[in-house]
Design a protein around this ligand. Structure first.
Ligand SMILES: [Cu+2]
Length: 145
């Protein structure tokens, strides 16, 4: 009797622990896919809504090789001007995947992960609003002139 009760308690405990482990794994994989933005927001309050619109920042005038950092769900510089022919490299510093895609659909980096970079060459003048398709409220501006 005593043995039987303690063994069923043990089974209950095993079931509980298994449940917690499975739920943790599900939550972690959801975050790893970038599905849950909540929890990555320690970097300065850009997080509400899953991204920051930095397109109205003062224009950053660059030269023919420029970099844009993607950090804390924001593009920096958010308003970049480069000459025609410039190469622009986006680098993802977040745990979440991101991309940079023109709102008019004319160009896009494709989605890339932490530590990865994508470079595009801009051979024509244009004034682009662009965003992250994973987190559409991440918005920035690129002026090629
Ligand atoms: Cu993103």
């Amino acid at each position: 009797m005593t043995f039987k009760r303690s063994s069923s308690l043990f089974l209950l405990l095993v079931a509980l622990v298994t449940g917690v482990v499975v739920m943790s794994a599900v939550a972690f994989s959801a975050m790893a896919r970038g599905g849950w933005d909540i929890g990555w927001g320690m970097g300065g309050g850009h997080m509400m809504g899953g991204g920051a619109n930095t397109s109205n920042a003062p224009v950053s005038v660059g030269n023919s090789t420029e970099s844009v950092a993607i950090r804390d769900f924001a593009f920096t510089p958010g308003n970049l001007q480069v000459p025609v022919g410039a190469k622009v490299t986006w680098t993802n510093y977040d745990a979440a995947p991101h991309d940079a895609t023109a709102k008019d659909g004319s160009w896009g980096t494709g989605i890339f992960s932490k530590g990865e970079s994508k470079t595009l060459t801009f051979d024509k003048a244009g004034d682009y609003s662009y965003y992250c398709t994973v987190h559409p409220s991440m918005v920035a501006r690129l002026q090629v002139r």
